[in-house]
Design a protein around this ligand. Structure first.
Ligand code: SAM
Length: 280
């Protein structure tokens, strides 16, 4: 087993602290420190950056982020059983790791972080998707983060980078590609994790764009896209009838045909529609 620091191998950490993975917490741990360092490198140059890590678990990725030079890691972990293992990492990297116990969906980490900030996480996919949408849809842009490096089930990763016309194109692709440049940077087989999940995983890296690709209000765009893809086989005029009573006029104002289907509309078209819906 690789050593990237003087701390014990992760299998020993798991044994010492009795960290049997729990399905209820979505726990599939990465125990190969070569691999966690490789994932940390996908997050870009960490020197001089604060890193927000969600769900550190026994700390494999945390150790990767620290050994790759992160100035400070703020890690939020829901499972209190992991805290003693994380305290050992904090002791090995004095002043560079802060751990908060709790649910990342409830905690506001910003008072603990200084820019530039990068985010890295290997999270249960439902929590990851919810956080991703929140990180992509603040009212103002640019956001608090410079980049996001996130592990997802491969199928979710493909939805994030999907292009119009594909079956996986939808809300995640539009929200991600509107304000960020999104790429799949690593593919991982189930055996990379302990215990192995049923499906393959991918690491997605998103760089925040300085300004969104097209103007639109985040909340309106989110609402329009959610409605359009909720009934993706329907024509836009039917799928969007709950958005505005005069939706056909607004579709036309945006240069879209009421008979078009969501799957065919590029990002630019959805942004134009969000502007037309927001117009008085
Ligand atoms: N990062 C570790 C690794 O790569 O080995 C653990 C990954 S495991 C897939 C997901 C981690 O997220 C677990 O440690 C779990 O306890 C934690 N977790 C699950 N839900 C969470 C939540 N809502 N907030 C914070 N941590 C959460």
């Amino acid at each position: 087993m690789a050593t990237i620091d003087a701390l014990p191998p992760l299998r020993d950490v798991i044994r010492t602290h009795d960290l049997q993975a729990r399905k209820s917490m979505g726990q599939n741990f990465l125990l190969d420190l070569n691999l966690t360092a490789k994932i940390a490198r996908q997050a870009g140059d960490l020197t001089g950056c604060d890193v927000l890590e969600i769900g550190p678990g026994p700390g494999g990725l945390t150790r990767g982020l620290l050994s790759e030079g992160a100035r400070h890691v703020l890690a939020i972990e829901k499972d209190a059983r992991c805290l003693p293992a994380l305290a050992e990492i904090a002791a090995a990297y004095p002043g560079r790791l802060t751990v908060l116990e709790g649910d990342a969906l409830e905690i506001d980490p910003l008072s603990h972080l200084s820019p530039p900030i990068r985010v890295a996480a290997n999270l249960p996919y439902n929590v990851g998707t919810e956080l991703l949408v929140r990180w992509l849809t603040p009212k103002d842009w640019p956001p608090f983060w410079q980049s996001l490096t996130l592990m997802f089930q491969r199928e979710v990763a493909e939805r994030i980078v999907a292009q119009p016309g594909s079956k996986t194109y939808g809300r995640l692709a539009i929200l991600a590609q509107w304000r960020a440049e999104a790429r799949i940077v690593l593919q991982l087989p189930p055996e990379a994790f302990t215990p192995p999940p049923k499906v393959s995983s991918s690491v997605v890296h998103l760089n925040a764009l300085p300004t969104p690709r097209y103007p639109a209000d985040a909340a309106v765009l989110s609402r329009v896209v959610a409605a359009a893809f909720n009934q993706r086989r329907k024509m836009l005029r039917a799928a969007l009838k709950g958005i505005a009573p005069d939706i056909e006029d607004r579709l036309q104002a945006a240069g879209l045909k009421p008979t078009d289907r969501a799957e065919q509309i590029p990002l630019e078209g959805f942004c134009a529609l969000a502007r037309a819906v927001a117009a008085k």
